[in-house]
Design a protein around this ligand. Sequence first.
Ligand SMILES: O=P(O)(O)OC[C@H]1O[C@H](O)[C@H](O)[C@@H](O)[C@@H]1O
Length: 522
Amino acid sequence: MAMKNINPTETKAWGKLSNHFNELKDVHLKSLFNENSNRKNDFTLNVNDFEFDYSKNRINQETIDLLVELANEVDLKSAMDAYFSGEEINQTEKRAVLHTALRSQSNNEVFVDGVNVKPEIKAALDKIEVFTNKVVSGDWKGYTNKSITDVVNIGIGGSDLGPDMVVESLKFYKNHLNVHFVSNIDGDHVQEVIKDLNPETTLFVIVSKTFTTQETLTNATTIKKWFTQSASESDVAKHFVAVSTNLEKVKNFGIASENIFPMWDWVGGRFSLWSAVGLSISLAVGYNNFKELLIGAFEMDEHFKNTPFEKNAPVILSLIGIWYTNFFEAESEVILPYSQYLSKLAPYLQQAIMESNGKSVDRNGNRVNYQTGNIIWGAPGSNSQHAFMQLLHQGTKLIPADFIGFKQSLYGDVDHHEKLMANFFGQTQALAEGKTKEEAHLDLKTQGKLDEIETLLPYKVFEGNKPSTAILIEKLTPRTLGSLIAFYEHKIFIQGIIWNIFSFDQFGVELGKELAQKNLSK
Ligand SMILES: O=P(O)(O)OC[C@H]1O[C@H](O)[C@H](O)[C@@H](O)[C@@H]1O
C-alpha cells in the first residue's frame, strides 16, 4: 500500500488516449448526442442529493474506459488507501494528510505515528461545541459582562478562505452573530473591519496553523492593541481565542491556554475548515449545522472510497479534467455556481486547487514533461453571463466549465428560481450546441436584417462544442455544501496522483515571503 510514482505519459493508457484523442478531437458534441439518444443518462452519476451530468463533455465511452485504465495503471486505488489510512503521503513534509479523519463518522481508528487520532479529533469537536453554545446562547460574557454580538476571524490563506466561503455560503442558516474576516496585511482592511465594532461585545478568533504568518500576527497585534485601549490586558482572555498547532507561540502572544483550539500537522491549511479552523463557521451557523457540514463531507468520502471508478464522481470528473489539460491542452477551468451564496467558492477553490497542484517537479524529483494544475477562476451565474461568458462562447480558448446549481431555492421564490435555472441549462446548451451558419442566417432573416446578413453572419455564428459539467444538487444545505467541498478536495488528490506530483506541500509560496522580509530589513 503506497503511492506508485509513475510518469503518466509513460503508461500504456496514455498512448491509447493520445490515439483516441486524434480520433475524437474534431467530433462535435452535437454528433455525440445524435449518435446516442441515451447519452445524458449514460453520462450522469447520482450520488445522494447530487446529480453529476458530464454528458456535455467531449468524451465517449471509450474515453472513460481509457481514463479509468490510466487510473488503474498508476494504481490510484493504493494511493487512496494510503490517503485515507494516514500514511505519510505528504512526503516532502513527512506528514499524513488526514482531513478526511476530521469528518469521519465511523468508529474506525486512524493512526498517525502509532497513535489513534480519533479521540483527539472528538475532544476538539466537543470543545468547539461547548464554546459555540456558550457564545451563541449569550452565556459567554465580555469584559463588561455583555454577551458577544460580533466575531472576527483573523487568518489568511487556508485559515481564512475556507471559513469565509462557508460562512457566506450558509448565510441562510446563520444566527444573530455577525461574523467578519480580516486577512490582508493591508492595514486599511483591519481598520475597515474594526471601525464599527464594540470591543465589549466582540470575540476575536486568531487562526494560524503555524502561528508565524506575518499577516495574521500583524493583524492580531494591531487588533489586540486596539482592544486594550479600552480594556485591560486581563480582559484579553474573554475576547481572544486561537486555533493553532503552535501552542508555545500562542501562549507567548497572551492567549489563555483554555482558549486554544488544536490543529494538527496532518491537516493541510487549505483542507482545514473541518477542524477548529472552522470555529467561526460553527459560531455563525451553530454547532449542529457545522456537524452537518462534516457529515456531508463524510458522505462524499464514503462514495469516493467505496464506489468503482466507473461510477465514482470524483474519479470520473478528475479524469475528464486530465483529458482536457493534457490532451486538449486546456489551461483553465471555470467554476460557475448558479447561487449567489456560493460567490466565494471560486476564490476558495483557487487556493485549494492551485496551491496543491501548481507543481512542476514529479514525485521522483524530476521536472515534469507534461502539464499539471490548471488555472481556476469563476463567479456566480447569472451575473457572469453579463460579464465574461462571451469569451467562453466565442473566444479562442477551450475552457471546461463546472456549472453548479440547486433544484430548490432557499426562500422558495419559484419565479426567480425558474428563471435562474433556465439560464443555467440555457448556458450549458448554448456552449455545447452553438449556432450554425444556417441557423444564424435564418435568425437575421426573421429579424428583417436582410441587407446586413452578409456582414453580420460570421459574428452571429457560435461554434459550440464547448464542454461543461452540470452539478445539480437538491438544495443548498450544510450537508450538501460539505459534500461539494469534499468532492473538489478529492479531485485535487486524484489529479495529483495521476500527474505524479506532491499535492500537499506549498514551497512555492516561500520565496516571495523571504524577499518581503529582506525588503523590510533594508
Ligand atoms: O495558517 P497559517 O499557518 O497562518 O498559514 C496560512 C497560509 O499561509 C501560507 O503561506 C500558505 O500559503 C497557506 O497554505 C496557508 O494556509
